[in-house]
Write a protein that binds this ligand. Sequence first.
Ligand code: AMP
Length: 237
Amino acid sequence: MYSIKMRASKNDKHISGAETIVKREEIESTVNKFIKRALSHENGTPNFINVKIEEIRETIKYIDPLPIKTIECNNKEKAREVAKNILRNQGIKENIIEEAFKIIDKGNMRGASLLNLEGHRLEPNRDRGVRVKCISTSEELKEKILKNNIGTERTIDAIAIATKVIDLGIIAELCLSDNPTYTTGYVATGDGYYRITNLKNKGESGGRVFFVDINKGDCENIGRLIRDLENKPYIIK
Ligand code: AMP
């Protein structure tokens, strides 16, 4: 199996990225799909596209997806209250939740912020963040999500990220898309993947925050977590 990663930028500003795991015979078609995606992103045309293809040597972990639920909200205020409640139920304090929304609303990161329960950001580079790589959603799950209207193409990518990070011990994830017109965001916890409509208004930025229970000075555990988020291969069945 091979891991394929794509990132696209314009004058060093992140435009889009994608990652998956495929069989050897699927490499070419997947690279084509990723390049097409990079060239047609709502955020503009990139002048730099990087595609990396690597054989996976580590054992792949196959796990079931978090249960997906959709919560319909008709405005951003209600949607954010729902998201905050889910996060509060995980024991995350109000000021830390507010900080997470600030990071996301500022936008412009390539990966996710690692925010601990005291409000410290643990990612070594705040522009880059931490990118979850070596992930894929199985064909069966993709079909199930789309055919049963459980989610969209974006859910297919995001469920792989969310399921992997929760399995690696992240307490919760908060995510909003970079696409200005895609306003459905989500909160993922060990209980499920909650899609929340209207979590931002059209035209607003996106981002991701992973809430972690690791102390600021605990370099060993921070390093291990980042290595696993980036390199541990997962396929969500
Ligand atoms: P997207 O859902 O692709 O529009 O991404 C929304 C935001 O999530 C981006 O701006 C990044 O900050 C972050 N992000 C996207 N992909 C990843 C990933 N694989 N790992 C961590 N963060 C990501």
